[in-house]
Ligand binder design. Structure first.
Ligand code: DP6
Length: 335
């Protein structure tokens, strides 16, 4: 069903707020949750927020409606609604209201295809909803709400380089920016190899990995060291060091996912060809490294002087449908 703007957001009288957030790409990956309420990750993570990919979400609370309505990319989306409503409940509780909402969200990139649409989606959602409810809260509060919608979404509340770390007792999460986008203006070439919705969601893949992969405990045990090393590399703007840690974190994550039962294969043949192409470029002196999330798209992180060449190379890899070039971007904000 297609819902026109007139039916939803323009019914008027009740103010609506629109927020924009961008996906982030983890250089040290989050994969696995603790078995406690609140969507608490089992490991910390470190990411960069992109600029070119965008989610814009409009929220309007309306005392006249009996249930939330969620419209994604122009289509009513009942399957995504429960998760969205659960996240909004956190903000409703804070505001002391049970008022239902119209939520309309648009992505300028493929949804649920390994491009972190849930990260930008929940970050934009909580910011628009918080403002619509008149909540005066800090970014860190927004990050907590976004995380309960989707773990990686907390990082999209901030721009540039962002770390999400576990508290000392590991029962809570602190998300904080490390460097702004302008402080180390790296660029990212996203090579899109497949645009269909992935068959196993991140949440399901993580749970399967946690419960069946023989490598899971080592993954959790080695994460703090990876995070420490990556944080130092970011603060020192040490590209080579960050690249080595990031590629290893990515391959470790996919390694333990591959070893789950049944194994999780998020890559296509073109994904693997891109990884080889990036390593060949690096061997020839190009400052570039890769990462891949729970999907088939490859993200090549590079110094700006080689971005065009990296994009040309990846575009010529067999099976690559499209490349998108992105600067690093800002955190979630009202638009
Ligand atoms: C591979 O944040 O999508 O992109 O918390 O279940 O919504 P949920 O998972 P999600 O997982 C992201 C996994 C990843 C790595 C990362 O972004 O750190």
């Amino acid at each position: 069903m297609t819902i026109s703007k007139n039916q939803t957001l323009q019914a008027e009288a009740v103010p609506c707020f629109r927020a924009q957030a961008q996906p982030n790409i983890a250089l040290v990956k989050y994969w696995g949750k603790q078995n406690i309420p609140g969507n608490i990750p089992a490991v910390g993570s470190l990411s960069i927020t992109l600029d070119a990919l965008r989610t814009q979400t409009t929220v309007r609370f309306d005392p006249e409606i009996a249930a939330d309505v969620f419209v994604l990319n122009g289509e009513n989306n009942p399957s995504g609604l429960p998760r969205v409503s659960r996240c909004l409940d956190l903000l409703r509780q804070e505001a002391g209201t049970s008022c239902r909402a119209y939520i309309e969200s648009d992505n300028n990139f493929p949804t649920a295809a390994g491009l972190a649409s849930s990260a930008s989606g929940f970050a934009a959602l909580v910011m628009a909803a918080g403002k619509a409810l008149g909540l005066e809260v800090t970014r860190s509060r927004y990050a907590q709400w976004a995380r309960q919608g989707s773990g990686s979404a907390a990082r999209s509340i901030y721009g540039g380089f962002v770390e999400m770390k576990l508290s000392k007792r590991r029962s809570d999460v602190i998300t904080e920016p490390l460097l702004d986008a302008e402080e180390w203006p790296l660029e990212v070439v996203v090579a899109i190899t497949h645009t269909h919705v992935k068959s196993v969601s991140s949440s399901e893949g993580m749970e399967r990995t946690r419960s069946t992969s023989p490598y899971y405990s080592r993954w959790v045990a080695t994460q703090d060291q990876d995070l420490h090393d990556a944080r130092e590399a970011v603060l020192a703007r040490d590209f080579e060091r960050l690249g080595l840690i990031s590629e290893q974190s990515c391959l470790k994550m996919h390694g333990l996912a591959l070893a789950a039962r049944p194994g999780l294969i998020y890559w296509t043949a073109a994904t693997v060809s891109c990884l080889h192409a990036i390593r060949e470029m690096r061997a020839s002196g190009y400052p570039v490294f890769f990462t891949v999330d729970a999907g088939p798209q490859v993200k090549a992180i590079c110094e700006p002087r080689v971005t065009a060449e990296v994009a040309r190379t990846l575009q010529s890899v067999n099976g690559v449908l499209k490349t998108v070039i992105s600067h690093l971007g800002q955190g979630a904000r009202l638009v």
